[in-house]
Write a protein that binds this ligand. Sequence first.
Ligand code: ATP
Ligand code: MG
Length: 406
Amino acid sequence: MASTQQQVKNPFRPGAGHMPPYLAGREAEQKEFKDLLSQDVILKNLVLTGLRGVGKTVLLETLKPIAITEGWLWVGAEFSESTSVSDEHLCTRLLTDLSAVSSSLNIPDEKHTTIGFGGSTKTLNFQGLLDIYHATPGLVIDKIKRVLEVTWQPFQKTGRRGIIFAYDEAQNLVDQAEKEQYPLSLLLDLFQSIQKMGIPFMLVLTGLPTLFPKLVEARTFAERMFRVITLERLNKQESMDAIVKPTEKPGCTFRFRTETVDLIYQTSGGYPYFIQFICRELFDAWIQKLDDGQNPVAKMGDIVRKLDTDFFSGRWAKATDRQRELLEVISYLSNCDAEFTVQEVVEKSKQVLSKPFSSSHANQMLSSLCAAGLVYKNRHGKYSFAVPLLGTFIQRQVKERDSRTV
Ligand SMILES: Nc1ncnc2c1ncn2[C@@H]1O[C@H](COP(=O)(O)OP(=O)(O)OP(=O)(O)O)[C@@H](O)[C@H]1O
Ligand SMILES: [Mg+2]
């Protein structure tokens, strides 16, 4: 006989970029994106930002059909670290993405058009785009700009509103002055320039909270060029929907008790990845117990321990002992899950450490924690944890450590 595990499929999807069984909330963000699509001349592009696991990638996925319904084309990819190494890499990325929608289009081929013989044409596939790129004199920016300009001409006849260039993990794109490579500045200059010419190509960039400050640091005009949407944790109702709705599908006999829903909400803090993770574990435990003929009871403590191992431990392990000490000090701040200042950290360290941090040392340590991706600095000079609920994780570590010491 098939086991319950084989018969019942766990609907929950904790995983980077995995579409959840029910996408809770996010209507306001989708509406804001739809508003941007009504621009004739593109004055605002979109930055979609938020902490790890808050749901940027899956929201980006849902924007694609919205754009297509509104008459736009959609191209894009993830900015891997290798895309960011040079201007040429960025151009190759853009040409590759553009060719995905332009390869069925043709333009008159200026080189081969001879008077009296009708016109020969050039196909705008990757090679065609690359030919235009190489045939254009000037700097990299002149070449890539020319390709986009030329490509838009035949699109106009297709009745399309424009093209969205959507890039995930865009915080990876960085200028590297020491190598004289400026792919980030190039991208911003390019889109600003073609948008000024009235070409409706829009940028949608998704990334960690470091993304927008990086854009503004590269080009101050980026401040005006983007509408920034910061994805927050789900509110109580949205969290409950994310937990309960997937079990309401036809054929699913599994139900969370009201107290369990509440406990999942409290433990997850409304963060989508944590919701998916906890629900998946509870669902699996339920299947397992049914197979064993036992009463299904899953212990939240066990699940949180597993979450600590799967999600937090790797990041925690990267920190040095002294960095951990500083992180622990931060975790005692009542505002550790929001923003905190160097001064607050220094003050708290005087209360809880025998060897407190000086202002300059705390500053220096916070910079190194930013580089390690555990903390980030916002544009107003305040700091936040870059990982959701890191404070409560640290507190659990502290408790465990203290229970081991006599
Ligand atoms: N609105 C939502 N409702 C329910 N689950 C969601 C929602 N948004 C995201 N999730 C779930 O949360 C998890 C993380 O989503 P996603 O990978 O999109 O986050 P992210 O912000 O892109 O993370 P990262 O910063 O690591 O790239 C996935 O398991 C996804 O199914
Ligand atoms: Mg993502």
